[in-house]
Write a protein that binds this ligand. Structure first.
Ligand code: PLP
Length: 365
């Protein structure tokens, strides 16, 4: 028997905080991937993505794959055997970058930071005299920390700056061109409020010129993805793979929803919800995990009070409030909670619900 699924308010850093517009687009007739109507949707999606990335890059597109596909694409297109990749690590996703860069053949110079702290742009930039790329995570979902990518961009020298914006895009200021981001990848399932499955990707012309020709991944070869960028990049629209039309239509609807509200307004909504949640948690006597001044509004990390069973509280919230919060990551799995305020859930009502529910769960679980 299939368990019936009721609507859940999902506040974890999980995938189900979707705008209704994005969800209902999933139910539309499935267009052929060469249908002119779909091409219109694709072109609009790429244009909307330029807006949320803060870029004019022609090669800005929804990659077919989740955020990790974007991460792979960023590295396989820019580093090959022997190239030096400096990677800032202050959480799980910086670690994943190191592994992907290593598999792409790069000599990885890993710059570790304490989890919960932002990266130190000066230390990262000084880690190697002539790296091909410098990579960092803008919003570390494993720790709830925001790092200063603009500062890193100023120090990058001749290196290409690779940036993970999975948990910032759409919810946090993100200015790829102004900050000097050469290659960026993101996800749809966080602040953009769309189901997981695509990776908003952008690469500058300069980085495109310095790309690895014939990278080891045919599928993620940005040089071959002409079908997506087509006229925008001055190249002919060509078939590369069958576009996931339904997901792209859903992303288009989600992006339109965000841009209709206004990017500034959406970011302010995320900022207000994150701040209210963080103040409320502290008023409850809980201790925030991420360093003050670098806390993400979209993802709040808070220490589990001593003597409280983290998993029991999470299970209570799910059972009694249909509300999911995340466990901590890595060594903080049972000592930290991660609470998302993303997409449509970034609103004052969610804050009140989470705070009230958490109070009850801590007392009763
Ligand atoms: N980078 C960050 C900062 C993330 O939060 C995530 C996923 O949560 C990823 C990369 C990987 O994305 P995905 O799980 O969509 O492959």
């Amino acid at each position: 028997m299939t368990a019936s699924l009721t609507y859940r308010h999902l506040f974890g850093p999980g995938p189900s905080n979707c705008y209704p517009e994005a969800i209902s687009a999933l139910g539309n007739p499935v267009l052929g991937h060469l249908d002119p109507l779909f091409i219109e949707i694709l072109d609009r999606t790429c244009e909307s993505l330029r807006q949320v990335w803060g870029t004019k890059n022609a090669r800005t597109l929804p990659l077919s794959g989740t955020g990790s596909a974007g991460m792979e694409a960023a590295f396989v297109n820019t580093v090959g055997a022997g190239d030096v990749a400096v990677v800032a690590v202050n959480g799980q996703f910086g670690e994943r970058m190191c592994e992907i860069a290593r598999r792409a053949g790069a000599e990885v110079v890993r710059v570790d930071h304490e989890w919960g702290q932002p990266i130190d742009p000066e230390r990262v930039a000084a880690a190697h005299p002539a790296p091909k790329v410098i990579a960092a995570v803008h919003a570390e979902t494993s720790t709830g920390v925001r790092s200063d990518i603009a500062a890193l961009g100023q120090l990058k020298g001749d290196a290409l700056l690779l940036t993970d914006a999975v948990t910032s895009i759409g919810g946090l200021e993100l200015l790829a061109d102004d900050w000097g981001i050469d290659v960026g990848y993101a996800g749809t399932q966080k602040c953009l409020g769309v189901a997981p499955g695509l990776s908003p990707f952008t690469i500058s012309d300069a980085a495109f010129e310095r790309r690895i020709k014939d990278p080891q991944s045919w599928y993620l070869d940005i040089g071959l993805l002409g079908g997506y960028v087509g006229a925008a990049s001055g190249s002919k629209r060509t078939y590369h793979h069958t576009a996931p039309v339904t997901m792209i239509a859903s992303l288009d609807a989600g992006l339109s929803r965000v841009l209709d509200e206004g990017l500034d307004a959406v970011q302010s909504r995320h900022a207000a919800a994150g701040l209210a949640l963080q103040e409320g948690l502290q008023e409850m006597g809980l201790e925030l995990f991420a360093a003050e001044g670098s806390r993400l509004p979209s993802l709040t990390t808070v220490r589990v009070p001593s003597g409280v069973d983290s998993a029991a509280v999470r299970a209570y919230l799910l059972e009694h409030f249909s509300l999911e919060i995340g466990a901590g990551s890595g060594q903080f799995a049972s000592t930290v909670w991660r609470i998302g305020m993303m997409g449509p859930n970034a609103n004052p009502g969610s804050v009140v619900l989470v705070l009230g529910a958490l109070k009850e769960a801590i007392a009763k679980a």
